[in-house]
Design a protein around this ligand. Structure first.
Ligand code: HEC
Ligand code: HEC
Ligand code: HEC
Length: 144
């Protein structure tokens, strides 16, 4: 009796595990990507293949450099990404689920906080920050 119950519980667990594991496997296999709008211009700031895999590193690295050392190069600027990748339809990279950054991230279950501060549309207005970040306070202190 007890062993049948144990079996049933195991079977249920195995079923649940398969349901939860499936999307993760699909995403990491990188097949069936969503239809992605092509960027403006001839090519990206780096090879497309490279960008597909490494754009997050470029952006994060760039952000650290900018924030810590005050370095600002424009090659991997987030503003530039938005200028070239904003959708024809919405004018944004993440306003609709089909927009460039959003479509792919939705598929890969990535959530960005970038758009809390950074514009998803090309524009001239400087970005707005509600509160100075802790890092910026640190920078000020070390300058004195
Ligand atoms: C709390 C607000 C805030 C959030 C959230 C935020 N940033 Fe920033 N970011 C800033 C500020 C302020 C600057 C410096 C101002 C500037 O250079 O325009 C900056 C600058 C940058 C720069 C260099 C300037 C540029 O336009 O390229 C990059 C790259 C960048 N952020 C990327 C990101 C990415 C990627 C994310 C999400 C993972 C993100 N940021 C999230 C506030 C934020
Ligand atoms: C000068 C315009 C331009 C800029 C600036 C630009 N891109 Fe691109 N990007 C393109 C084009 C065009 C393609 C498609 C190239 C192709 O089809 O081979 C592309 C492709 C990509 C891809 C691969 C998409 C796919 O089909 O898999 C990613 C990811 C990407 N860009 C991210 C970025 C990020 C992040 C930035 C900012 C750091 C950026 N791009 C800046 C024009 C640009
Ligand atoms: C070809 C698909 C694709 C496109 C297009 C794409 N991304 Fe990504 N992005 C990913 C994947 C997949 C990850 C997660 C990688 C990982 O987990 O290591 C990611 C992660 C990121 C991260 C790091 C998130 C974190 O919390 O670590 C940032 C920042 C980012 N993307 C920015 C952008 C921006 C900005 C755009 C639009 C200009 C964009 N991406 C377009 C696939 C894409």
């Amino acid at each position: 009796m007890a062993s049948i119950r144990t079996w049933m519980r195991l079977a249920l667990l195995a079923g649940a595990a398969m349901i939860f594991a499936a999307p993760v496997l699909e995403a990491s296999a990188g097949v069936d990507l969503p239809k992605i709008e092509k960027g403006k211009g001839e090519k990206c700031v780096e090879e497309t293949q490279f960008m597909r895999r490494n754009h997050m590193e470029l952006l994060k690295h760039h952000r650290d450099e900018t924030m810590r050392k005050g370095i600002r190069t424009t090659k991997h600027s987030l503003k530039k990404c938005v200028e070239c990748h904003a959708s024809e339809k919405t004018g944004s990279v993440a306003a609709s689920k089909d927009d460039f950054c959003a479509s792919c991230h939705r598929y890969a279950s990535v959530k960005l906080d970038c758009w809390d501060c950074h514009a998803t549309k090309p524009m001239k207005k400087p970005i707005q920050v509600a509160q100075p970040s802790p890092r910026m306070d640190l920078a000020k202190e070390s300058v004195k």
